[in-house]
Ligand binder design. Structure first.
Ligand SMILES: Cc1cc2nc3c(=O)[nH]c(=O)nc-3n(C[C@H](O)[C@H](O)[C@H](O)COP(=O)(O)OP(=O)(O)OC[C@H]3O[C@@H](n4cnc5c(N)ncnc54)[C@H](O)[C@@H]3O)c2cc1C
Length: 513
């Protein structure tokens, strides 16, 4: 197993790890030198997919693959086209930020059956302006409307000597270059050192060549550049004007545009043919907040498309984040900001059970967190209605930036107001704790819960950690983690410096091993 940190040195560590895993796999599956020798192993490993001039060509084809089918083929999962019904900004205009409620029409397709707590994967489209910028710099481009297939020159050894033939590349479906850059390829993630290496070879200006070569070493310099500038492919080509980029280079070497996951914010019993999402629209400035504004690919796309537009998606089950089947056990839900997303599906479900099935589920406790009481209290009215109808017993809100008030975070509410209740729920009532949101918050909550269990259960911190592990085994401590959220410069700088230290430590350990 290898571990990487998306904030620092991930490619570098992956590269080292993958070479080792390949060697180990060769040993395990008895692929020794008799089965081809070291050179062959290396060529299998590198899959010979590195770009070289004259290695790729385009053939023009008549067929066009429909988007959902193309995404199914590319990502090896069943992708279904839904339509956007409506979008609503849940934040006050004056907050300057957007968190949107997106409602998708799914029809009656079985493929999109879900239960509260599940995730939906969304395949976004890149911003048109960015796609155009990249296309402006591409050379050897087919005509705009040409549907192309990429072909690779394959060389095989035969008894008659080496033979070469053109074979179709399986990676991309037949499409135009514009479609490839819009739907299938990632044009916003900073380019990898390997891609920069190809750019360095193609740069005609010696100064630019040298600068690019320095960045390809996968060192501190690359990491700092990536972190400071968060450069897209278009930015790199803008900065290094002498790089001539053949279309085949980008079409074969850019990574695939990955789906983004969202916690479903609706109950299928209440909205049988819809899926609702709660999406924080990502917008930030690079270069220590002094550089250009960047927009998150998927969240911005969802914030721009119009009702009726198609949204390709699929369901990912999250069995470790479902409501307990026994409705009589208590649940405590912790979710600041968009961490409230899956809980909307929970309270809708419970409301449905109370109102339509006559059930009497145990009332839940919700601990929500937001910046200001007036501007970003998501779903305030809905939550209040749910409380009046018996879904919630108590609702606590932590305001982290209310003017004139001390910053309060969700873990502080648990620590100061709920230690006895939390322990009672988990220990005596065999209840459940749910935590949803970014990884830093989830770690803080876990630490707080550990301290509470140690204090209330009169045990050591180590024993409390074992107690939590047992809760997880029993599927009573649930986490739905969104990844890293770079909320403020303060948090970002702290995370970044921890990542750098870990990366350097891991590199030196790998080096000495
Ligand atoms: C299981 C799961 C559930 C999730 N549920 C939800 C949900 O319900 N609601 C929700 O809103 N999100 C949710 N997310 C997050 C969501 O999947 C996307 O990651 C998020 O919407 C951003 O995607 P994007 O395409 O808009 O941004 P991207 O284009 O993917 O950009 C994100 C990248 O931008 C960079 N970045 C961001 N901020 C900064 C900064 N300040 N400085 C420098 N670089 C920065 C980082 O490299 C980051 O990886 C969930 C994630 C997971 C894994």
């Amino acid at each position: 197993m290898g571990e990487g940190d998306e904030l620092c040195g991930q490619e570098d560590l992956f590269c080292v790890w993958s070479k080792n895993i390949f060697k180990a796999a060769c040993e395990v599956f008895c692929i020794d030198d008799d089965h081809g020798g070291q050179d062959d192993k290396n060529s299998i490993f590198h899959n010979d997919s590195t770009w070289k001039p004259n290695k790729y060509r385009f053939s023009i084809v008549a067929e066009v693959t429909e988007l959902a089918a193309a995404l199914c083929h590319l990502h090896k999962r069943k992708v279904v086209e839904t339509r956007i019904i409506s979008r609503q900004n849940l934040l006050h205009e004056s907050s300057g930020r957007s968190t949107i409620l997106v409602c998708l029409q799914i029809g009656d397709t079985q493929e999109l059956n879900y239960v509260p707590g599940d995730h939906v994967g969304i395949h976004p489209t890149n911003q048109e302006e960015l796609v155009e910028k990249v296309m402006e710099r591409m050379e050897e481009l087919p005509a705009f409307n040409d549907v192309i297939r990429v072909e690779t020159l394959l060389e095989t050894q035969t008894e008659q000597g080496p033979q070469r033939k053109w074979v179709s590349e399986k990676r991309l479906p037949p499409c135009t270059v514009f479609q490839a850059l819009s739907h299938f390829l990632d044009i916003t993630t900073p380019p990898s050192p390997e891609l920069l290496e190809s750019f360095a070879e193609l740069a005609t200006d010696p100064k630019e060549k040298k600068e690019l070569e320095e960045l390809t070493q996968g060192t501190h310099k690359y990491e700092d550049w990536k972190w400071e500038c968060v450069p897209t492919i278009a930015d790199v080509l803008e900065e290094f004007q002498s790089v001539r980029v053949p279309a085949s280079l980008l079409l074969t070497q850019l990574p695939l545009l990955q789906p983004r996951y969202y916690s479903i914010s609706s109950s299928p019993d209440v909205y049988p043919s819809e899926i609702h999402l709660t999406v924080a629209v990502l917008k930030y400035r690079t270069r220590r907040d002094q550089g250009p504004v960047r927009h998150g690919v998927c969240s911005s796309w969802l914030n721009h498309i119009s009702p009726g537009d198609t949204v390709p998606c699929f369901i990912r089950r999250a069995p470790l984040f479902h409501l307990p089947s026994d409705i009589s056990v208590p649940c405590m839900l912790v979710g600041p900001g968009t961490g409230i997303a899956p809980y909307r599906s929970f309270w809708q479900q419970r409301l449905y059970e109370i109102e339509n099935q006559g059930w009497k589920p145990c009332a839940m406790i919700l601990i929500f967190g937001c910046r200001h009481s007036q501007m970003d209290h998501l779903y305030k009215e809905e939550v209040m209605v749910a409380k009046e109808k018996g879904v919630f017993k108590e609702i606590y809100t932590a305001y982290s930036r209310d003017p004139g008030w001390k910053k309060v975070y969700v873990q502080e509410i648990i620590q100061t107001q709920l230690p006895v209740e939390l322990f009672h729920i988990l220990n005596s009532m065999k209840g459940h704790l749910y935590v949803c949101g970014d990884v830093t918050m989830a770690q803080e909550v876990a630490k707080t819960v550990q301290e509470i269990i140690a204090a209330q259960g009169d045990m050591s911190l180590n024993d409390a950690a074992t107690y939590i592990a047992k809760l997880q085994d029993e599927n009573r401590y649930h986490e739905d983690i969104f990844g890293v959220t770079l909320r403020t410069r303060e948090v970002t700088t702290k995370i970044r410096s921890t990542s750098l230290t870990c990366w350097q430590g891991t590199k030196s350990m790998i080096g000495s091993a």
